[in-house]
Write a protein that binds this ligand. Structure first.
Ligand code: AMP
Length: 590
């Protein structure tokens, strides 16, 4: 039960009485030593949440649910899009496997504070490895399994793991990709040497284990079970490197206590999920959404988490939602566009248990959201996230009794509790600009960055006053507190000194019925400084819309000054490994 019925009451409570608000929220978590203070200023200028309190995140995700009678409930449902396999693991079973594997890690010499690098696709064993680290106080560093050897080597050297855990193979579509060549190449170039490598042998392509270096994951799972250790709230739970779109890879450090509290509250407040409900995320476990909503938030909340290996088709998502009575689906606009394409061959869908759908990670145009609403016949909303924040900065709050105003449905929503977004405070008269967040950030956000062998205050994110966290995203905030996103600060195009965001133009183009996807980038213009160029993927390559239709639609909606004259039709847009459109590489080739 939530103590507020309206957004204003909830948001104001968090801003006006933060200590009380977060100490109340902390009751959603089981502590060994409960907190007596919420936010604590650190000597390095950053802040800790619930300092002095102790808990174990794995205990909160597993043991306490088994103790309260949820042992036979499904904790995890895994679906492979490559092999069509499914596994269901109860809380009891997951607890047994995690505590055994935690014992296995200990037997390899891993202890509290040690780093364990996990380079694996979305699998049950990935979750087991993460939770086993949490159980013994080791810090997991999950690396997306699609990275090449050089990226992996850089992360190995950055965090110096005692142990590396990998799977013998992953899948690209249905193609089997052996993992050993990538890991071996990374280890050949990295300066750091782990004590051991642990391999999950997959039947599709078992690996040859190297004696004295490699250990079998499933054998280690049978080690003597270990109990969860007591950790300080501020002790690190994991490090996750940010994706390429956010500049050079930085190791974002997440704590134990603040993270558990923020995620537990978000499940009730934002996603309206109670213990026993089922949550599906299509995110790979290598990204922040996979960490937060594939693993920790649903399990801490006693829900069933459905995780998916590989790019899920519309029919697979429909089947999973229907078979497991999914209450909340969390996906990306890219995935949604793929579903739209595929669903042309599928009939309408009836999913009585599904309450709402969230997307995040990139701009979602109203046309796409409108399609998803009519396809699923459920509320579909977008919310704003960063790896650094660990949960949504702005969102829609389905746990509150008050209905969301309809005017908000196509935008990224209003600030989540404790987030106080401001438009660049040094530009007081500008209606739009970079969105900064006043400090302290709420629990769950970055506890620091991993740099040169230590956790440091994230000063790289602070503005010149030292009082605001820079999001590097541009937007506007309206009188109802709703935040409107215009894209990264580096997406803004200046045409004859006037500011226009590429995303704003994309919104217009995406509403054309013959457009599947698009990206707008800036190119130099002799007369006006910059001009926009649009890259458009037509819905049907055989009958693309005309260039004039697109440019006409944009100048009709935004004015001729925008000056879009050039439309390049392409088959695909370049994307980062996490599925975001790589606008910078389009700019380079324009
Ligand atoms: P990452 O940390 O790599 O997940 O990327 C975070 C960035 O993705 C943000 O700074 C935004 O630029 C973008 N992003 C995340 N959520 C949204 C959203 N709902 N709408 C538009 N952009 C988003």
């Amino acid at each position: 039960m939530l103590p507020w019925t309206t957004y204003e009451a909830m948001y104001n409570a968090a801003i006006n009485q933060p200590e009380q608000f977060w100490l109340d929220a902390a009751r959603r978590v089981t502590w060994e030593q409960p907190p007596v203070t919420a936010c604590h200023a650190r000597a390095d200028g950053w802040h800790d949440w619930f300092a002095g309190a102790t808990l174990n995140t794995c205990h909160n995700a597993l043991d306490r649910h088994v103790q309260s009678g949820r042992g036979m409930q499904a904790a995890l449902i895994w679906h492979s899009c490559a092999t069509n396999e499914r596994h269901i693991i109860t809380y009891q079973e997951l607890l047994g496997r995690v505590s055994g594997f935690a014992g296995g890690l200990r037997s390899l010499g891993v202890g509290q504070g040690d780093h364990v690098l996990i380079v694996m696709p979305t699998m049950v064993e990935t979750v087991i490895a993460m939770l086993a680290c949490a159980r013994i106080g080791a810090v997991h560093v999950v690396v997306f399994a699609g990275y090449a050897g050089a990226e992996l080597a850089q992360r190995i050297d950055d965090v110096a793991p005692k142990v590396i855990i990998s799977a013998s193979c992953s899948f690209q579509g249905r193609k089997v990709v052996p993992s050993a060549p990538v890991l071996d190449a990374a280890l050949a170039t990295a300066k750091h040497r782990p004590l051991a490598c642990v391999v999950v042998q997959r039947p599709a392509c078992p690996a040859a284990l190297m004696p004295a270096r490699d250990y079998d994951f499933h054998t280690l799972e049978h080690s003597a079970a270990v109990d969860p250790v007591s950790l300080r709230s501020e002790d690190p739970l994991y490090i996750l490197h940010t994706s390429g779109t956010t500049g050079t890879a930085k190791g974002i450090v997440r704590d134990n206590g603040g993270h558990a509290v923020a995620l537990a509250l978000s499940m009730a407040l934002i996603y309206d999920c109670k213990p026993g409900d089922t949550f599906l995320t299509t995110s790979d476990l290598g990204w922040v959404v996979g960490h937060s909503y594939g693993v920790y938030a649903p399990l801490i909340s006693g829900c069933t988490s459905v995780i998916v290996e590989g790019g899920a088709s519309a029919s697979a998502i429909r089947a999973l939602c229907s078979d497991y009575k999914v209450r909340c689906l969390f996906t990306t606009p890219t995935q949604m566009r793929l579903m739209r394409q595929e669903s042309r061959h599928l009939s309408g869908v009836i999913l009585p248990a599904l309450a709402h759908i969230f997307v995040a990670g990139e701009y979602a145009d109203p046309t796409l959201l409108g399609w998803a609403r009519s396809y699923f016949r459920k509320p579909v909303v977008n919310h704003w996230w960063q790896t650094e924040t660990g949960w949504s900065i702005t969102a829609h709050f389905f746990g509150l009794e008050e209905q969301e105003p309809a005017a908000l449905q196509n935008d990224i929503g209003r600030p989540a509790p404790g987030f106080n977004p401001v438009i660049g405070p040094n530009l007081p008269h500008e209606p739009c600009g970079e969105i900064v967040l006043s400090l302290p950030l709420p629990p769950g956000c970055l506890a620091g960055v991993w740099k040169e062998g230590a956790i440091r205050a994230p000063t790289v994110y602070l503005d010149e006053t030292g009082q605001y966290y820079r999001t590097f995203d541009e937007g506007m905030i309206d009188a109802a507190r709703a935040v409107h996103m215009l894209g990264r600060s580096d997406d803004v195009i200046k045409v004859a000194g006037r500011r226009i965001s590429g995303v704003q133009i994309e919104k217009i183009i995406a509403s054309h019925p013959a457009v599947h996807a698009c990206a707008v980038v800036a190119v130099p213009d002799d007369l006006r400084g910059q001009r926009p160029v649009a890259y458009v993927v037509p819905l049907d390559a055989a009958s693309p819309p005309s260039c004039e239709e697109i440019t006409g639609q944009v100048s009709h909606a935004l004015g001729r000054w925008v000056g879009l004259r050039e439309v390049r039709f392409v088959r695909h847009l370049p994307t980062t490994v996490s599925g975001k459109i790589r606008r910078r590489s389009l700019s380079v080739c324009s």
